[in-house]
Design a binder for this molecule. Structure first.
Ligand SMILES: CC(C)(COP(=O)(O)OP(=O)(O)OC[C@H]1O[C@@H](n2cnc3c(N)ncnc32)[C@H](O)[C@@H]1OP(=O)(O)O)[C@@H](O)C(=O)NCCC(=O)NCCS
Length: 328
């Protein structure tokens, strides 16, 4: 195989120390461990404290990544940061991370695609790498969801957590790496899942603050319905397109929003839970970080050539499935 493909060659993660448990949430809003475990499947989530931001988590993950792979900051030639919670409107969080790490020979930007941010970003950087012009790409994916979560709203505050990941993406000419993607975006979801305040439509004002418009709002039931059908449709289509049977597939790596969504998607794909990466119980929905955080934790169990399908669904709506073969 002489065609160039892009492969994930290393992953690191940063998880804040503070664990916000269901018991503690039960003191903040009218909820319980039993309700959250039954309806969502989350036990605890990490929360970033101390006035730190998304770029701090990304920079910590990326620092570990560069050390582990003996990569100098000068060797990085492109940086893409997938996040919904940039440090600020601008400069891009990618720029801030470059400054914190001393990356000087790269260019880059941020990509916002809600919970599909990671797969959209992985496909984007893959195209750069496949062009043959980029040798070492730093892909950052993470969110400080606690910054946009309303801790007086019991319907959203149990769901989200903070985390960041950093991945090295490099060219390969073997039969591994990113093979295919099937992505969609429709805009239907803007009614059901959004953060409306602070943009050009509703710039920050006393009114936007008093209406709590700087927090994430959703119609959970509608989001749930669309998430199950859309994520399952593209994942099943990807299996058909590449004639991958449930036995052939090593792992489904689903976005971690709700255990019931993950179960429904796995069932439609004909998979048993042993083939599904699930860590939602420990971290909740960390938005752009969920899929790479799963990959990071499963590295000891992954083998070169393993067939993986990544599937995500998020605000927009945005959704999609990717097919890749693990590279190391
Ligand atoms: C949010 C979500 C967990 C709610 O679960 P649900 O089974 O749909 O629950 P409903 O919204 O129908 O609410 C059922 C009842 O539980 C209550 N409830 C909601 N949150 C609760 C909580 N944290 N604790 C206790 N009760 C709660 C509701 O008020 C409602 O009470 P009512 O019947 O008296 O009105 C679920 O819809 C979901 O996960 N949706 C997808 C969200 C998502 O993934 N978003 C991110 C985008 S990827």
């Amino acid at each position: 195989m002489s065609e160039i493909r892009a492969a994930i060659t290393a992953i690191e993660a940063f998880l804040p120390e503070y664990r916000l448990t269901n018991q503690e949430l039960g003191k903040m809003v009218d909820t319980s461990d039993e309700w959250i475990m039954q309806r969502v499947g989350i036990k605890e989530r990490r929360i970033l404290k101390g006035g730190l931001a998304t770029s701090d988590m990304m920079a910590e993950a990326a620092k570990k990544l560069l050390e582990k792979t003996h990569t100098s900051p000068d060797e990085i030639d492109f940086v893409l940061a997938a996040t919904n919670t940039p440090d600020m409107w601008f400069p891009a969080t990618a720029c801030i991370v470059c400054d914190k790490l001393g990356i000087r020979n790269a260019w880059g930007y941020d990509l916002l695609a809600a919970c599909s941010g990671f797969i959209y970003a992985l496909e984007t950087v893959s195209k750069f790498v496949e062009s043959g012009r980029y040798r070492k790409v730093l892909l950052l994916a993470g969110d400080k969801m606690s910054a946009i979560t309303d801790y007086t709203d019991r319907t959203t505050c149990p769901l989200f957590g903070d985390a960041a990941t950093a991945l090295l993406i490099e060219p390969v000419t073997e039969d591994v790496g990113v093979i295919d993607h099937l992505f969609r975006v429709d805009g239907v979801g803007r009614r059901y899942l959004h953060l409306q305040g602070g943009g050009s439509l509703y710039p920050a004002s006393h009114d936007t603050i008093s209406k709590r418009m700087h927090y994430t709002h959703q119609d959970g039931k509608m989001v749930f319905k669309y998430a199950v059908s859309n994520m399952a449709d593209v994942a099943v289509e990807m299996m058909k397109r590449h004639q991958i049977s449930p036995d052939d597939l090593a792992w489904l790596v689903p976005h971690q929003a709700n255990l019931r969504i993950i179960d429904a998607v796995s069932r439609r794909m004909g998979l048993t839970t042993e083939k599904v990466m699930i860590n939602i119980e420990k971290y909740g929905n960390t938005t752009a970080a969920t899929i790479p955080l799963c990959l990071y934790e499963w590295i000891p169990r992954l083998k070169k050539g393993d067939k993986l399908i990544l599937a995500a669904f998020g605000g927009g709506f945005t959704w999609g499935a990717m097919y890749l073969k693990w590279a190391y």
